[in-house]
Design a protein. Structure first.
Length: 292
């Protein structure tokens, strides 16, 4: 597996690549705009060129973006749905311009109605985006969630239902988060639980749908349905599930990207100083990957 992290784009989007290099990343995740705002300023062509050039020079791959947390593809509120659809298409456009593998997005949260209604709304939103951008190569990568509140996507069956509504579109992949798996009740901490989890996923969705992993330990125990990331090996997963994943030949070549806490709250524009926590977590994953 290829080890990487989510990096800041402060100071220009190409700076994220430089930060990835400083940390020894082999893969990368970014926001392409402020994740807490509906609209971001258009990508500067010069920045896009610099980003793509640096990616080619460094050999970092794959690279994905993470969509804004404001987007809710399952909402029934007409105003919020309109905003979400526009922001979602914009995320896809940005990923395409930057040459990314795709956009990682949380499926959505039910605001009313049944889970099945919400899953249908999510699929309809993705279908809308595909019709709006029929020739785009950037994928939509649905992130399996921890299951807080009425969040959808925390069951394998939810992901299968969305894919079913989209007739199994090859433009849709899945991101599995180690913290979210445990939090939502899939106990990958034991050898038997790990095997059962991925056998179940393969049977219901298909392992070929997995395009990227988020590597995070969990502050909360299995089945808590609380999304709280912890440093690798310091939480309820411990190191062994990560060792098992990193040595799983079925996932060879895929990226595992950390989203663990940074030592610094913000990143000053232009600053490339390594983050101690990132170095620690990436180092742990490399050690586990290199171990027998």
């Amino acid at each position: 597996m290829r080890i990487g992290a989510h990096m800041s784009i402060a100071g220009g989007i190409a700076k994220a690549v430089d930060r990835a290099v400083v940390h020894g990343c082999e893969a990368l995740q970014i926001f392409t705009k402020n994740a807490s705002q509906w609209r971001g300023k258009p990508l500067d062509p010069g920045d896009v060129h610099a980003f793509r050039t640096r990616i080619e020079e460094t050999g970092i791959t794959p690279v994905v973006s993470h969509a804004s947390y404001l987007i809710n593809l399952a909402t029934t509120n007409s105003v919020l749905r309109k905003q979400s659809l526009a922001a979602f298409v914009d995320e896809i456009d940005r990923a395409e311009a930057l040459g990314l593998l795709g956009v990682v997005i949380h499926p959505g949260t039910c605001t009313s109605g049944s889970e099945e209604d919400g899953l249908r709304l999510i699929a309809d939103a993705i279908g809308h985006a595909f019709k709006a951008r029929p020739r785009v190569r950037a994928m939509v990568i649905l992130e399996h969630t921890a299951g807080q509140g009425r969040t959808l996507g925390h069951r394998v069956e939810h992901l299968a239902a969305i894919l079913g509504h989209l007739r199994g579109s090859a433009r849709v992949g899945v991101c599995l988060d180690t913290c979210h798996l445990v939090a939502s009740g899939y106990d990958i901490t034991t050898e038997a639980g790990y095997a059962e989890t991925f056998d179940t996923f393969d049977r219901i969705v298909g392992l070929d749908r997995v395009k990227v992993f988020h590597g995070n330990d969990s502050k909360r125990p299995c089945g808590s349905r609380v999304d709280r990331h912890e440093h690798i090996g310091r939480g309820c997963l411990g190191e062994e599930p990560f060792r098992r994943l990193l040595h799983d030949r079925r996932f060879a070549g895929l990226a595992i990207l950390i989203e663990t806490e940074k030592a610094r709250e913000g990143q000053k524009a232009g600053t490339l100083e390594p983050d101690p926590y990132d170095l620690q977590n990436l180092g742990t994953l490399r050690r586990l990957r290199d171990s027998k």
